[in-house]
Design a binder for this molecule. Structure first.
Ligand code: IMP
Ligand code: MG
Length: 180
């Protein structure tokens, strides 16, 4: 059986400090605006919940869930909404909250779709960015950390639905049964 090992990448303290920094920036930039955070389920739920508690401005919160169809872990660009927005966003300032930008297909799809509802603005806040994996032009307006092309788990982010509850961020490496 294949085993894998979790290697810590960011501690809870490092995460807390970057999340607070992002919240401070957002709080400054959206003063006097009608901010709606759109959290992409499931991976961004922990990030969102920490981020909102550091915000110093009024905010509304909504969730979307996206399904991407393709082989394995690769996002192919065929994406569907399986849980749509519930709040009206026309004329509002929308900030999409995402866990990781990888190929960029998920965010491109969601951003284009949100724009069809005529919000006043649409921006992106991502905790992690794997720039080496990008297939489309897509940048976060607010970014926590750049990461290498590794598989990440923890802090809401999963591998086959596991590890979302871990308070720190890890990357996964394979381990093989060693000869004793
Ligand atoms: P994209 O459409 O290729 O940018 O894919 C982004 C989505 O893929 C993220 O929202 C994550 O849900 C998922 N994803 C990308 N990289 C990882 C990873 O390292 N661990 C877990 N999920 C990931
Ligand atoms: Mg995701």
């Amino acid at each position: 059986m294949d085993q894998h090992h979790l290697n810590r990448l960011f501690t809870a303290e490092e995460i807390n400090s970057i999340v607070k920094k992002l919240a401070d920036q957002i709080s400054r930039d959206y003063v006097g605006k009608e901010l709606i955070l759109v959290c992409i389920l499931k991976g961004a739920f922990v990030f969102l919940s920490d981020l909102v508690r550091h915000l110093k401005i009024p905010v509304k919160i909504d969730f979307v869930r996206l399904a991407s169809y393709g082989s394995g872990t690769k996002t192919t660009g065929r994406i569907e909404i399986t849980k749509d927005l519930e709040l009206p966003i026309e004329g509002k300032d929308v900030l999409i909250i995402e866990d990781i930008i990888d190929s960029g297909h998920t965010l491109k799809f969601l951003k284009d779709r949100i724009i069809l509802s005529n919000p006043r603005s649409v921006k992106i806040c991502a905790l992690l960015d794997k720039k080496a994996r990008r297939e489309l032009e897509m940048e976060a307006d607010y970014l926590g950390f750049d990461v290498e092309d590794v598989f990440i788990v923890g802090y809401g982010i999963d591998m086959n639905e596991n590890y979302r509850n871990l308070p720190e961020i890890y990357y996964v490496t394979p381990t093989h049964h060693s000869k004793k």
